[in-house]
Design a protein around this ligand. Structure first.
Ligand SMILES: Cc1cc2nc3c(=O)[nH]c(=O)nc-3n(C[C@H](O)[C@H](O)[C@H](O)COP(=O)(O)OP(=O)(O)OC[C@H]3O[C@@H](n4cnc5c(N)ncnc54)[C@H](O)[C@@H]3O)c2cc1C
Length: 445
């Protein structure tokens, strides 16, 4: 059975679901395909869902700030009915402990330019405001099994607090919310449907690949066949495989590869959560971890990829990755957090989740067209783009509309106009052909 559509979006994570929503809103017949049992069971489900505004590059700050307002008003953004349960943006604030990658002067410049609220705290204020924290400076992060990890602090540090930051409490539900919105706008969702082949069926393929294709045929493991002139690869960590199925990617200057990650759940130390509410998210590049509270008040702890740690790049099939959390990473991340919060109790039974995200050469995503006509990519989200999920759909819709209208996004990049900041975002920032972005070179972006 062959179904024809105007657009096929492969992947119903936050990126694909958001893209499907925006494309459907323009009147296109969209097929949103995912191998999972529903939307959001890939990297999005493992996401810590933190919404923050500290990035090294101004464009990234503008984009995160714009997207945060879309999350804040999700029901109206998605035109969701009153009865639909929605993922919630908790604005519990965030502290960024002082560290060389994010000097205060740079943060001040970004935040002042956009009117993002912030407070600067010295070490005393940090200890006054965050219950149970030790303001010692330990930088750089060290392996936890090295003697130097336990060295006394060599000074004290403060933090920059952003009260409008926070987290999305259920990233998987958020994907479902976007997929539901896409359906309300007319999209069809096909779950438990793995894309197994992608073939150009019209046009004149050239030596660089199927550049002349005008229709894409997508074969799936269910026997369903889809055809559309427009295809978006939003397959997250599987995106290199999807590009390979289509023979796309030869011209990419920026490539992506999957990275395995774990986050761990622990009870919050006494005093961390103020009475009746929850404490802020914490980014601690001084020790190499981050944490965010759960709505219940317990903590989720992840890593910030400090230089002293070996990263777990996935080189074999994703299906063979160990999706059980390991004692080694649990110890590493929780011990680092315990150095900062000495009262942190280590639970007898480690708990946590494993996730995989696709990292771009320069830790900046690729939202772009490709040399193959009608084949677009929204990939390489590098562990920090859940927060931008809503706006990514708008970016992709804008690039696709401009391309449809005959523009060449490679030579005259599409400009996106921020509705909150009034800033123009040059979407060439996310080009597959760019020189590597000069950012922190880590998940922090
Ligand atoms: C542990 C962890 C913590 C994170 N914390 C944060 C955070 O605090 N803040 C933040 O902003 N970001 C965070 N991120 C990053 C963020 O979660 C990702 O950038 C984002 O979720 C990526 O979404 P995606 O839609 O591109 O990918 P995914 O959610 O992986 O979606 C891709 C989808 O494609 C489907 N698919 C793949 N191949 C095929 C195929 N052949 N056929 C059919 N379907 C296919 C998959 O089933 C999957 O559902 C974190 C990520 C992880 C793993």
């Amino acid at each position: 059975m062959t179904k024809t559509a105007d657009a096929i979006v492969i992947g119903a994570g936050i990126v694909g679901a958001s893209t499907a929503y925006q494309l459907a809103r323009t009147g296109r017949r969209v097929a949103l395909v995912d191998q999972g049992a529903g939307a959001g069971y890939g990297s999005s489900s493992a996401s810590s869902g933190i919404i923050r505004f500290e990035y090294t590059l101004p464009t990234s700050v503008v984009v995160a700030w714009e997207a945060s307002h879309m999350w804040a008003d999700l029901r109206s953004y998605l035109q969701a009915p009153a009865g639909e349960e929605l993922a919630e943006f908790h604005r519990n604030g965030k502290i960024m402990l002082d560290c060389p990658a994010f000097p205060r002067a740079a943060l001040r410049a970004h935040f002042d330019a956009l009117g993002i609220e912030y407070e600067e705290w010295d070490a005393d204020e940090l200890e006054r405001r965050i219950g149970g924290i030790d303001a010692g400076k330990f930088y750089p992060p060290k392996p936890i099994d090295s003697d130097s990890f336990w060295d006394d602090p060599h000074g004290r540090l403060g933090a920059v607090y952003t009260p409008q930051a926070g987290f999305i409490d259920d990233p998987r539900l958020a994907c479902e919310n976007f997929a539901n919105a896409a359906r309300r706008a007319g999209a069809e969702t096909l779950y438990r449907t793995e894309v197994t082949a992608i073939t150009p069926v019209a046009g004149t393929p050239d030596s660089a690949g199927p550049a002349g294709a005008t229709t894409w045929r997508v074969d799936t493991n269910t026997g369903a066949v889809l055809e559309a002139p427009l295809l978006v690869n939003a397959a997250g960590p599987w995106s290199p495989e999807v590009n390979a199925l289509a023979g796309v990617g030869a011209e990419f200057a920026i490539t992506t590869r999957p990275l395995r990650q774990e986050v761990h759940a622990v009870p919050a130390p006494a005093g961390f959560n103020p009475t009746g509410s929850i404490g802020p998210c914490v980014a601690d590049q001084d020790l190499g971890y981050y944490l965010r509270p759960e709505p219940s008040g317990s903590l989720v702890i992840g890593g910030t990829e400090p230089e002293c740690d070996q990263l777990e790049w996935v080189t074999g099939p994703l299906a063979e990755v160990n999706m059980n959390r390991t004692a080694e990473l649990f110890d590493k991340q929780v011990t680092r957090a315990g150095r900062r919060f000495p009262a942190l109790a280590i639970p007898p039974r480690p708990a946590g989740v494993v996730g995989i995200y696709d990292v771009a050469t320069d830790w900046t995503p690729i939202y772009d067209k490709t040399a193959a006509t009608g084949f677009f990519v929204a990939i390489g989200t590098s562990g920090n783009q859940f927060k931008n999920g809503p706006i990514i759909g708008e970016f992709m819709a804008a690039i696709i509309a401009a391309t449809d209208a005959g523009a060449d996004h490679d030579t005259v990049p599409v400009q996106y106009s921020g509705r909150v900041s009034g800033r123009s975002v040059d979407l060439g920032f996310y080009s597959r052909l760019r020189a590597p972005a000069a950012n922190s070179g880590t998940v922090a972006g």
